[in-house]
Design a binder for this molecule. Structure first.
Ligand code: 6PG
Length: 474
């Protein structure tokens, strides 16, 4: 490999890395992949489409020398220390002007530090979210880059070629300064957590409350995926109910332990929202419910003490399923609203200039939270750039008002029968709080001032006030 031949290099040939690279080769780019695991490097070439230019190597020097200059290199390695280890290993081998892209789910604050660190050494470092799982990486992910604009312009044609397309428009866009790409990906995942929580609540209500079997659940989600809930997460849920377990005669979903895993991106979203003082209660509750699920042994003991709360929902089955559809639609709108509102707030706080219309546009295809709803949001944000919350738009207000009665009915019936619906409830409570001019925190302010002289503002004159509150004031 004495002549540098290759357009693009990938460090880390796990499933995501190799699929992304093979996708790139299918679009006519010559690619080289590096992995210390000989097997992974060798099999890359075997998996490549005939006629494409793909090389797998195990040696960092060979990798670097194979790439055209300035080099475009992406890494897809686990977030955290492995990213820093790759940077340190490659730094002596890189030349000024080379581009290094972190395509993993790194925390955006780490990305900011890495950008600054590498800037000093003349290396363009970009944080880039990639969504769509294994298949997305292979056949068209949604790609969320941010950072150095010159670096973006260099890799733009390649990323546009490999990304998912919606009506011919590539699901990739420059999302803003610094770690904008990783910030958007973090919130994407927070929304992902919230929608998954909501779908699982509807599953519980239909399965345990209405007694629907997996075939029937498949049928419901199939129908739901044909209307305004059409989305990737509804589509895969539909399919999951039909998957047979290969160890038993059961459906696989019934054999899976009810303890959720999490790699942390949902938690980061909640942590960051708390620091920003931006409310995203649907995402918060989704993170908490994953955490609660892990206490299986305690939950089992508690069920022994308090009894099995499951009982048939005393409702008309068909009518309830129709209400549930509308309730889910209502709640999903709120997930996006909270996430998008947070991106707007975070972007302003961190000076990232994230264009919301572009975020929504590139989420319409390839990513885990893609849905037909985002087509409507794209139109809204294209027209109104500075809307603080999509709940204030005409379209969303009509949709929420048209479905609020149904979500109330679902929540009341579920709570009366002892079914936990924390996501659906958080969505309705958020809505009922957000659309209310008066909240009861005047009392809370009085309490703060009472016990801690924390002061308050008045409704009738500007300024900061404190009162010496009378004790036992009867
Ligand atoms: C995506 C996914 C992807 C990954 C999640 C899973 O957009 O393709 O979000 O990034 O599947 O990180 O996250 P948890 O393991 O935390 O559920």
């Amino acid at each position: 490999m004495s002549n540098p031949l290759f357009d693009f290099g990938m460090i880390g040939l796990g499933v995501m890395g190799r699929n992304f690279l093979l996708n790139m080769a299918d679009h006519g780019f010559s690619v080289v992949g590096l992995d210390k695991d000989n097997q992974k490097a060798l099999s890359l070439e075997k998996e490549a489409t005939k006629g494409t230019i793909v090389k797998g190597v195990t040696n960092a020097g060979d990798f670097i020398n194979a790439l055209k200059k300035p080099r475009s290199i992406m890494m897809l390695v686990p977030a955290g220390k492995p990213v820093d280890a790759v940077i340190e290993e490659f730094l002596p081998l890189l030349d000024k002007g080379d581009i290094l892209i972190d395509g993993g789910n790194s925390h955006y604050t780490d990305t900011v530090k890495r950008i600054r660190y590498l800037e000093e050494k003349g290396i363009h470092f970009m944080g880039m979210g990639v969504s769509g799982g294994e298949k997305g990486a292979r056949f068209g992910p949604s790609i969320m880059p941010g950072g150095d604009q010159d670096a973006w312009r260099t890799v733009q044609p390649m990323l546009e070629a490999v990304s998912a397309k919606v009506n011919g428009s590539p699901c990739v866009a420059y999302l803003g300064k610094d770690a904008a790409g990783h910030y958007v990906k973090m919130v994407h995942n927070g929304i992902e957590y919230a929608i998954m929580q909501l779908i699982s609540e509807t599953y519980m209500l239909m399965h345990r409350g209405l007694g629907l079997n997996n075939d029937q659940l498949h049928g419901v989600f199939k129908k739901w995926n044909e209307g305004n809930l059409q989305s990737y997460l509804i589509e895969i849920t539909r399919d999951i109910f039909m998957q047979q377990d290969d160890k038993t005669n059961n459906r696989l979903v019934d054999m899976i332990l009810d303890e959720a895993g999490a790699k942390g991106t949902g938690m980061w979203t909640s942590q960051d929202a708390m620091s920003l003082h931006y409310p995203i209660p649907l995402i918060d509750i989704a993170v908490s419910m994953r955490d609660l699920s892990v206490y299986k042994e305690e939950r089992t003991r508690a069920e022994g003490i308090y009894g099995n709360p499951y009982q048939n929902l005393p409702v008309d089955k068909e009518a309830f399923i129709a209400q549930l559809h509308d309730a889910l639609y209502f709640a999903v709108i709120n997930c996006y609203a909270q996430g998008l509102g947070m991106i707007q707030k975070g972007s302003a706080a961190l000076g990232m200039d994230i264009p919301l219309s572009e975020v929504v546009r590139i989420w319409r295809g390839g990513c885990i939270i893609r849905s037909v709803l985002l087509d409507k949001f794209f139109v809204i944000y294209s027209k109104t750039k500075d809307m603080p919350n999509i709940l204030l738009s005409e379209f969303v207000s009509k949709e929420l008002q048209g479905n609020v009665r149904q979500i109330r009915a679902v929540i009341v019936a579920s709570i009366n029968a002892g079914y936990p619906v924390p996501g659906l409830s958080a969505s309705l409570n958020y809505f009922d709080s957000y659309r209310r001019k008066h909240l009861p925190v005047n009392l809370l302010q009085a309490q703060r001032d009472y016990f801690g002289s924390h002061t308050y503002q008045r409704i009738d004159e500007p300024g900061i006030f404190h009162t010496e509150w009378k004790e036992n004031n009867e």
